[in-house]
Write a protein that binds this ligand. Structure first.
Ligand SMILES: Nc1nc2c(ncn2[C@@H]2O[C@H](COP(=O)(O)OP(=O)(O)OP(=O)(O)O)[C@@H](O)[C@H]2O)c(=O)[nH]1
Ligand SMILES: [Mg+2]
Length: 286
């Protein structure tokens, strides 16, 4: 049986831990087993029950207090993640092997982990060796996406993760519940962006010709290959959570090899038309 995993990534404060807890609760209601692993050695607060917590392996505070290492918070976190990458056996022990594993990995917010350091790639390769189908879930805070140049920077961060990890990736715009109606309408153009027109919106204010040229080249590249798209995530909207989950499940083929359930035996042998519908009920739970 394959196992399934979401690698929940994104800049600091983009809503990764909240996303994990929302999805976990949502799946609990659907009677679907989803577990969460905290991979942030600096995490102070999250409200989901954990299957494993990296802080049991190593903590940033301990690394920072070590006189021989003398790291600050960021260096300390990278050190912890490198230590983790050298100790994947710890994760293997924590995960065990259950039927139908579906695990969310709540990752740290340091963006360098997804752009040029090899740690997350090593984690992905290890998970794949353990038969996990892994989907990258990249979160970006919708509050920062209301202007085109900020949007381009979010797009580039998401692309970096996509290119360096080489796994299916779903990009999500979080905290949509905080937007008012007007801002929601405004942000729609960023969900499935037309990069050419977004660029036109902003070029007036740019003075540097080189900056304009570079941005134009980036926008053309992203647009021509339809590389980045965002799904809105409003944690207060069940339908919205469902759509996000369906996209991710589809990308890792979750539910495709579920066995079709046999119809329940009828006591009186009478033909019930609704029984034929129940025959297919064993596919995807949502
Ligand atoms: N209203 C609202 N607030 C949110 C949402 N997601 C996150 N927040 C808030 O944003 C803040 C940061 O959320 P976290 O889930 O801790 O973000 P994170 O990405 O895990 O942060 P780091 O682990 O520090 O990188 C918290 O105060 C959350 O309550 C959301 O969908 N809606
Ligand atoms: Mg967090």
């Amino acid at each position: 049986m394959p196992r399934f995993a979401q690698l929940v990534m994104g800049p600091a404060g983009s809503g990764k831990s909240t996303y994990c807890s929302t999805i976990q609760q949502h799946c609990e209601v659907l009677n679907r087993s989803v577990q969460v692993v905290n991979l942030d050695p600096a995490a102070e607060y999250f409200d989901y029950p954990v299957l494993a917590d990296i802080r049991e392996l190593i903590q940033v505070d301990d690394v920072m207090e070590d006189d021989s290492l003398r790291f600050g918070p960021n260096g300390g976190l990278i050190f912890c993640m490198e230590y983790f990458a050298n100790n994947f056996d710890w994760l293997a022990d924590c995960l065990g092997h259950m039927e139908d594993d579906y695990i969310l990995f709540d990752c740290p917010g340091q963006i360098e982990l997804y752009t040029h350091l090899p740690i997350m790639k090593q984690l992905v390769e290890q998970l794949q060796q353990w038969e996990f189908h892994v989907c990258g879930v990249f979160l970006v805070d919708s509050q920062f996406m209301v202007e085109s140049f900020k949007f381009v920077s979010g797009v580039m961060a998401a692309l970096s993760a996509m290119v360096s990890l080489e796994i299916p990736q779903v990009n999500i715009m979080t905290k949509m519940d905080l937007l008012n109606k007007k801002a929601k309408k405004e942000i729609e153009k960023y969900l499935d962006p037309d990069m050419y027109s977004l660029m036109q919106d902003s070029t007036e204010t740019w003075k540097s010709k080189k900056f304009k040229k570079l941005t134009k080249a980036i926008c053309e590249l992203v647009d021509d290959y339809s590389m980045v798209r965002f799904l809105p995530f409003d944690r207060s909207d069940e339908e919205c959570i469902n759509i996000v989950l369906q996209h991710i499940d589809f990308s890792i083929q979750y539910g495709e090899d579920f066995e079709v359930k046999e119809p329940k035996e009828q006591d009186d042998n009478t033909e019930d038309p609704s029984a034929s519908m129940q025959f297919f009920q064993g596919s995807v739970a949502d």
